[in-house]
Design a protein around this ligand. Structure first.
Ligand SMILES: Cc1cc2nc3c(=O)[nH]c(=O)nc-3n(C[C@H](O)[C@H](O)[C@H](O)COP(=O)(O)OP(=O)(O)OC[C@H]3O[C@@H](n4cnc5c(N)ncnc54)[C@H](O)[C@@H]3O)c2cc1C
Length: 399
């Protein structure tokens, strides 16, 4: 962890001297890294259930004002810069990638609320700064990569909208109290039919179910949201009706860099584990690293981790600029492919022990594979990059 902190500090000298950084690193070292191998979540009776160590972690994070880092000061937070939040994502990726995803989803729900009215911001953001979790729900059985196919029906009835339908694979299911939900308010398929609402967990007709066990990211509660004649107040609509897809896509651009940051932190952790192991492990009377093939593999891993970080930091500098979307998709595409490659090479370097479930590199590798699906798969990033390239080409005649 200390090495990663020093690497990150070299990009932003003085960052590690900030007060909250020390407090967060202490929690990562003392409570999160040691419990990573066994902390998991399941969903029962509409709630995410965790082992008791979870409460200690969340209490410590609240006391360190970690939740406040995502919320502007006028709504009870102590908002950090984009770069500092990115660094936190790398640290979480190193310590517990699943916990990192929990905070990415929470952060996206905050971003949705930030696009809402003053009244909505005042209602939800102070609670989120104090530690009430948020979630963002787009995916449905028939609307995965193609979010414009969202069909969860929200029909206007007086001062309410009547929700009927389901969401699937939603991070923070049963943990969040504040859900940002993409729904169809027109009853016909298409991007202009979609709108975003905030729904609280205790609304009548809203229930949460678990799914079968995931391969990795065990601490991340991922479930199904079910709406049956659920009356959602019309005042919970965020922005204008029919603008929901644009709103959520803008929010997700930001999430992509955070997922890419988790990939970099996670890849660095795998790299450290395998580097130590390959020095220790002797075959043919030599450490594994004395083989040129293995030392080259390790060199390539290290180089690609830094290349991915470079793309992320580049994307962060584009924040709000015209090339932000293409940069964040590039960062997510490269970082995801990099971490999956590092993980699969590391598992092979572990030999037979890397094939067993209780092996740390095996567990980290399962988490690495999960990164592919979040905030759009690699093919979807390629589609976005291709579309943006065309737009730039026709608009500015440059690529
Ligand atoms: C652990 C986890 C957490 C998640 N958390 C959330 C969450 O919090 N909120 C949420 O809304 N969703 C969440 N998801 C869902 C995730 O966003 C979707 O799984 C993802 O968008 C892909 O959708 P899909 O699974 O339906 O795959 P599909 O869309 O069916 O795609 C299947 C494959 O086909 C490829 N593909 C699809 N269309 C094309 C095309 N036109 N050209 C080329 N290739 C294509 C895809 O790249 C993919 O490899 C989560 C998923 C997981 C696994």
């Amino acid at each position: 962890m200390e090495n990663l902190v020093n690497i990150l500090d070299s990009f932003y000298p003085g960052w590690k001297e900030r007060k909250y950084v020390d407090r967060v690193i202490a929690i990562l070292n003392k409570l999160i890294i040691p419990t990573y191998p066994f902390l998991d979540a399941r969903i029962e009776n509409n709630r995410a259930i965790f082992p008791e160590e979870w409460n200690q972690i969340i209490t410590a994070l609240k006391e360190a004002h970690f939740f406040k880092l995502f919320v502007p000061p006028e709504y009870g937070g102590q908002k950090s810069s984009e770069q500092e939040i990115y660094f936190m994502m790398e640290l979480l990726g190193y310590a517990s990638p699943g916990l990192g995803i929990i905070f990415v989803s929470h952060g996206r729900a905050i971003d949705v609320v930030l696009s809402g009215s003053e009244q909505q911001k005042e209602e939800y953001l102070p609670r989120m700064a104090e530690g009430e979790f948020g979630a963002i729900a787009i995916t449905e059985e028939k609307a995965g990569s193609d979010a414009s196919a969202v069909g969860l029906r929200a029909q206007k009835v007086g001062l309410h909208y009547l929700f009927n339908g389901q969401k699937i694979y939603i991070s923070n299911s049963g943990l969040a109290r504040i859900y940002a939900i993409l729904v169809n308010t027109k009853g016909v398929r298409g991007p202009r039919s979609l709108s975003v609402f905030i729904v609280e967990n205790d609304l009548a007709g809203f229930s949460i179910k678990g799914l079968s066990e995931k391969e990795g990211l065990k601490i991340l509660p991922t479930g199904q949201l079910l709406f049956k004649d659920t009356l959602v107040p019309a005042k919970n609509l965020i922005g204008n009706e029919g603008r929901g897809l644009i709103l959520t896509m803008n929010v997700i651009d930001r999430g992509r860099i955070h997922i890419a940051g988790i990939c970099c932190g996670l890849a660095y952790r795998i790299f450290r584990e395998i580097y130590k192991y390959a020095h220790r492990r002797r075959q043919f009377d030599h450490p594994l690293t004395s083989s040129q093939d293995i030392s080259f593999q390790v060199s390539e891993m290290f180089t690609r981790i830094n290349a991915a970080r470079g793309l992320c930091l580049h994307a962060l500098r584009q924040f709000s600029a015209p090339y932000y979307r293409i940069s964040s998709s590039q960062a997510k595409l490269f970082a995801t492919q990099m971490v999956m490659d590092v993980a699969s090479k590391a598992q092979i370097l572990m030999g037979g022990r890397g094939y067993f479930k209780n092996d740390l590199v095996n567990q980290l590798s399962s988490d690495a594979r999960g990164m592919e699906y979040l905030e759009g798969t690699s093919n979807i990033q390629k589609m976005i990059i291709a579309r943006e390239l065309l737009r730039i080409y026709y608009k500015e005649k440059i690529v």
